[in-house]
Design a protein around this ligand. Sequence first.
Ligand SMILES: *Cc1c(COP(=O)(O)O)cnc(C)c1O
Length: 479
Amino acid sequence: MRYVSTRGSTKQGPSPAFSDILLGGLAPDGGLYLPESYPQVSAAELAEWRELPYAALALKILQKFVDDIPACDLKSLADRTYSGNVYKHCRPGRDATDITPLTTVEPGLFLLELSNGPTLAFKDMAMQLLGNLFEYVLDKRQETINILGATSGDTGSAAEYAMRGKHNVRVFMLSPDGLMSAFQRAQMYSLQEPNIFNIAIKGMFDDCQDIVKAVSNDAAFKAQYKIGAVNSINWARVLAQIVYYFKGYFAATRSNEEKVSFAVPSGNFGNICAGHIARMMGLPIARLVLATNENDVLDEFFRTGVYRPRGASDTWVTSSPSMDISKASNFERFIFDLVGRDPAVVRELWAKVDAGGSFDLNGTPFMAKLPEFGFVSGKSTHADRLATIRDVWQKHQLMIDTHTADAFKVAHEHRDEGIPMIVLETAQPVKFAETIQEALGREPSRPKDFDGIEGLPQRVEVMPADARAVKDFIVRHCG
Ligand SMILES: *Cc1c(COP(=O)(O)O)cnc(C)c1O
């Protein structure tokens, strides 16, 4: 399998293979990588895959996209990544070896639990694989990488837990000093592995992101210190997420004649992009229900055909903070498919986006194609979130987090008679305890390994919002 850029540059040189794009971010032309075509899943394969445990299913799907890692190595990577020991933080009564247990909420409505990994958010599902793949490829190539990132919570901790103790990898993670919850701080800062560096910046999340950009834009520094990223545009992260759509489908149906719909709490469009790819591979998905919070740039697109990224100052701070985005960094992948994989069209549309503008597909032939892709959407507000958390708790004794609540709310607006609706759970409620308290008047339960983590010793370097200081720190620790 070879990879192409959504903006077309790889047409000129040899197309890269999976391992070539694994460690990088954007394609050299600024586009995102996608496989040159989507592998198809036959009826016979679907029938065979239905019975497979998670790791074996993951291997089947990985093999369709990765042809430059020997099958036996890929198998051991998948087995190590998707083991019940890693996804052990499930609710009482669930089977951790399912990796993504499916709960029946009511007839026809299901919850797929994706947040039982080390940091209690679905980002572990992909990041854990990325950590093992990075270590494997870097060992083979005798290379090292220094991952530099900025986080307001979930991404940073998922990356650190995936990379802790890995050979040839260091992580430098910037977070806004004092702005994360005590639980999130404890998760990240209590890591004691010598390859993990937490840097608390005196500023906001945007300051952290600006520093990452400034350091990455210094090409000489970036090359000398092998600066890399694990942000949500990384292709391997999208790839890893395709697996649980298949797993959820098999768990909610009896035969491959049936269809299901998925409701997905969305921010950067990574998770639901994987659902789109699963559907393109032939998984019988009726609808992909995209849920946003007050930051509704994606809902607006699917309702109106207008993609209008917001400025940082128009981005709301909400109680589902991992969906607080101004533009959706993976969205370009979907548009590439929508416009018939014509990179010239993508270049034209993103010339507007990259200049701070918007685009409107009304009056183009692409607008007529949009319904074929199965997307529907909706948005949810703080009041909806509280009401939904309360409703699901009272009716079903099921406690859900704020992001999952957004998806529940929108899922109800798009249910079809006879088609199971699977809501993806993207985080556990304990990560957003304040809002749970507001909705239910009680503390969320916490998995027992997390008891008292706020009291553990913390390892964090506090710094001014200054790229120079961060660079100096990296230089000092790359000896
Ligand atoms: C990252 C995240 C999301 C958004 O996922 P995308 O792939 O960016 O669309 C939703 N919920 C939670 C809890 C997250 O951490």
